[in-house]
Design a binder for this molecule. Structure first.
Ligand code: TYD
Ligand code: MG
Length: 452
């Protein structure tokens, strides 16, 4: 019997060691080394033809390189294409991460069903029947989508040779295992090996591969960090599971900007693309309610109008409570301190609750002025008119600071029918004949003077 070769892998960063040690010397985490069996045989992973011996790469001048093959395949979904930078690049490997139950399988199955190409959807998590049930809800008459339940990569390649799909989707990389490594599915060495086989397949055949990846409890994609380096694009699907909105972000993209963002709504019949997110994020109540203000924010390259709700009440317990949903509580405390010290509002003995509607979270400083306006509106119990919005950061001295790309925010507010937008006096604005009233302010007191 051949000698079994084992190696110790750090479950955090994927570093390899010949011997066990308490601390990983690469990422400095303790107790993360786990022994895994690795067997080095001559590998038969994905192989079409062995071109490596015939073809050796030659350096070319940038002008000489043929740039014409970079044709992108449209996924049939505007939001998905936008996040990828204009469609799927042939031969690229995309990794989609997200919390359990957020809708990763739903998103990719939906894309697979709508694609105008031959697609192979490989699932190691659900049976063909279960997938069929889901597909029936989403888009029952797809012609070109093949479903396979398999976890062994060698069997998947056998099927690929028969079907010759234009796109391969794997749900999920953690369930795959290759014959050439002994350790169990989901272990670091299996994930690394299966991914590198799939990358080889993608690059040799020009077939794009989309992988689903599980994430760990602190939000990173499970498996070695090197996984994220190996693939071309890393996408993250996120959102609050209690809400219907989901956001698709790109964390890394070799073929486009990472600033783009896709928004979806989870319905009974799958995910719906939300092409005008500002409309859904502003609740449409008829009456004027105190404690709400609208912020003109930017998520990536996209302007987004977001409603901020605040509730200020007298503290029942000795220590006042400060609770936020979708907003950093430290930032809220800072803004409250500024209001107390610079604008003379006595909020120290009050409970303050803050909520960003729609279940999304925002950490852009441009939301500051809307937060302050919502707090003051609740504190004074005076509603802010519905057609007013805000886009400015607040500094520690109570000064109103400019925000980036203010013109884009103003134009979005104008398009959505707002009559007034508050911005910092220091922002330079070159919009000719704006229909919206642009109020430039430099101190919190100025805003208070206008509003109440
Ligand atoms: P799923 O795609 O299985 O999540 P993941 O693969 O990320 O673990 O689906 C998650 C949830 O989506 C599930 O709890 C039910 C819900 N869902 C809908 O609301 N409508 C639908 O049409 C589908 C298919 C799922
Ligand atoms: Mg799933």
């Amino acid at each position: 019997m051949a000698k079994v070769k084992t190696t110790f892998f750090c479950q955090n960063c994927g570093a390899q060691y010949a011997k066990w040690q308490g601390q990983c010397s690469s990422c400095k985490e303790w107790n993360t080394l786990v022994e895994e069996i690795v067997q080095k045989e001559d590998k038969k992973g994905w192989k079409t033809t062995d071109t490596s011996s015939k073809r050796t790469a030659k350096p070319l001048k940038i002008k000489e390189i043929d740039g014409s093959q970079e044709m992108r395949m449209s996924s049939g979904g505007m939001e998905f294409d936008r996040v990828l930078g204009g469609g799927i690049v042939p031969g690229s490997v995309i990794l989609l991460g997200g919390e359990p139950g957020i809708g990763k399988s739903t998103l990719l199955l939906q894309i697979a069903l709508h694609l105008p190409f031959k697609t192979l959807y490989v699932s190691g998590e659900e049976s063909q029947k279960q997938i069929k049930m889901r597909a029936e809800r989403i888009f029952p008459d797809s012609e070109q989508c093949y479903i396979l339940t398999e976890t062994k990569t060698q069997n998947i390649y056998k099927q690929i040779e028969g079907i010759e799909p234009d796109i391969l989707i794997i749900d999920s990389i953690q369930t795959l295992h290759t014959d050439y490594i002994e350790s169990s599915a989901g272990s670091i060495s299996q994930i690394r090996e299966c991914t590198s086989e799939l990358i080889k397949f993608a690059k040799e055949t020009g077939t794009p591969v989309i992988l689903i990846g599980h994430i760990t409890k602190d939000g990173h994609i499970a498996g070695p960090k090197i996984l994220e380096h190996m693939v071309d694009t890393v996408l993250q699907f996120e959102g609050d599971r209690n809400h219907v909105y989901r956001i698709l972000r790109s964390l890394k993209n070799r073929f486009g900007s990472t600033a783009e963002l896709g928004i979806y709504e989870m319905l009974g019949k799958g995910l719906r693309e939300v092409s005008n997110p500002s409309e859904i994020l502003i609740s449409k109540t008829e009456e004027d309610l105190s404690g709400t203000a609208i912020a003109a924010t930017l998520e990536g390259m996209r302007p987004l109008m977001i409603e901020v709700q605040a509730l200020v009440s007298t503290a029942v317990y000795g220590t006042p409570q400060r609770t936020t949903t979708g907003y950093n509580v430290k930032r809220l405390n800072m803004l409250l301190a500024v209001l107390e010290k610079r604008a003379g509002f006595r909020l120290g003995a009050k409970d303050v609750f803050l909520n960003i509607t729609g279940g999304i979270s925002i950490d852009e400083p441009a939301i500051d002025m809307a937060v302050v306006a919502a707090i003051l509106s609740s504190n004074e119990d005076i509603a802010i008119e519905k057609d007013i919005c805000f886009a400015a950061e607040i500094g520690l001295a109570g000064e109103i600071r400019p925000v980036q790309r203010v013109e884009q925010r103003i134009l979005e507010a104008e398009k959505l029918g707002f009559s007034t937008i508050f911005v910092s006096k220091l922002n330079k604005i070159a919009i000719k004949n704006p229909k919206i009233n642009i109020r430039k302010v430099s101190k919190i007191e100025d805003v208070v003077g206008y509003l109440f």
